[in-house]
Write a new protein. Structure first.
Length: 202
């Protein structure tokens, strides 16, 4: 399903496999395998392809289903799962045509939202619903427990890791637009490396 969706979006945009590969930073052979359903997408490659196609990541999983304008029913949530990882994303916001995306993320023991901290445009607020996670944000690291929340500028690399033996669930609200136009990149980095939180060593 994902492969045919990627191909349809690529063709719709008048892109060749070579152009999509170059824009996404992936190889032509990998893109070809994805479109033919012969390759498994990691979260990183999924983000690279959706960014290159300029579509929300969840659109690759929607398969044309129509969403209510205001309500997302529990049994109608779009989900992203990976066969080799205990990570699941569920889209809670009803429309992909909005700058605001809300999702619930389940992280199994030892799992992370990405292998390395990643950045994207916008800003987000994440609330821990159950369990505990370590949040890496720029040069700082924060231990978050149930009920804790963190607000970050998403252009600064970040990720969440569940280091406990129980599943952790997160509620993420992501605003996909450039934040604080008047704030310089240096100011953002200085805030992310501020006095709160422990610096990441290594």
């Amino acid at each position: 399903m994902i492969g045919s969706k990627v191909r349809a979006l690529r063709v719709e945009r008048g892109m060749t496999i070579e152009q999509l590969a170059r824009t996404s930073g992936l190889t032509m052979s990998f893109i070809s395998q994805v479109e033919r359903g012969l390759a498994n997408l990691s979260l990183v490659s999924l983000r690279q392809i959706s960014r290159a196609l300029d579509v929300p990541m969840f659109q690759l999983f929607m398969d044309g289903q129509e969403a209510d304008d205001y309500v997302t029913r529990r049994d109608r949530r779009a989900k992203i799962q990976f066969p080799d990882r205990k990570v699941q994303y569920e889209l809670l916001s009803p429309s992909l045509n909005s700058n605001l995306q809300v999702m619930e993320v389940a992280l199994g023991p030892g799992e992370s939202t990405s292998e390395a901290p990643m950045a994207h445009r916008g800003e987000e607020v994440t609330v821990v619903l159950t369990g505990e996670v370590e949040a890496v944000y720029g040069a700082t690291q924060h231990h978050l427990q149930r009920g804790d929340a963190i607000h970050i500028i998403s252009t600064i690399p970040h990720k969440y890791t569940n280091k406990k033996r129980r599943e952790a669930r997160l509620l993420m609200a992501i605003l996909s637009m450039f934040p604080r136009r008047a704030e310089t990149q240096e100011g953002v980095l200085q805030r992310a490396g501020g006095v709160r939180g422990r610096r990441v060593r290594g």
